[in-house]
Design a protein around this ligand. Structure first.
Ligand code: FEO
Length: 177
């Protein structure tokens, strides 16, 4: 058992628990998108989504590690079923971008809560995610913009597919438990 004065407030624990769930849901959603790209025979797009799905698990584990470090038992919630069908690559990536905007909003709300409660440790912990969300929105929007540019040009789509095939999973090093 951890010492009691390390304990987080009930509200913060609830918010971080919900965020663990949101990060695992993100992983599910991106895996579902990867499968959509597999059936479209866009293996580079699929690779990008599979790497993204792995990255989301590392996000979930950062929250898990933080709750654990602060002496909280981690109560895992049920993960919702993600959407399973999209009509074209643009619709998929628009969905990914919209999802990241939602995640940013969730993170910002936890920051607001932490500041309201004077929980500076949690606020500091969350700053990694505040910065990460800039990258998460930019990378998904970047693909949306490219897809808009090429419209339905198949050679353009092939080139983007080649580019997205290059992405590799790089595990984050900080604070993973
Ligand atoms: Fe974990 Fe894509 O935000």
């Amino acid at each position: 058992m951890r010492v009691i004065d390390m304990a987080l407030s009930k509200n913060i624990v609830a918010a971080l628990t919900k965020q663990i769930n949101a990060e695992f849901f993100s992983s599910y959603l991106y895996l579902s998108m990867a499968s959509q790209f597999d059936v479209m025979n866009l293996k580079g797009f699929s690779n990008w989504m599979k790497v993204q799905a792995q990255e989301e698990i590392t996000h979930a584990m950062k929250f898990f590690g933080y709750l654990s470090d602060r002496g909280s038992k981690v109560e895992l919630l049920s993960i919702d079923r993600p959407k399973t069908r999209w009509k074209d690559p643009l619709e998929v990536f628009k969905g990914a971008y919209d999802h990241e905007v939602k995640v940013t909003d969730m993170i910002n709300k936890i920051v607001t809560l932490a500041l309201k409660e004077g929980d500076h440790t949690t606020n500091t912990f969350l700053q990694w995610f505040v910065n990460e969300q800039i990258e998460e929105e930019a990378s998904t929007d970047g693909v949306v913009q490219k897809l808009k540019l090429i419209k339905s040009d198949s050679s353009g789509l092939f080139m983007i597919d080649q580019e997205l095939a290059q992405r590799v999973f790089v595990p984050a090093t900080a604070n993973q438990k």
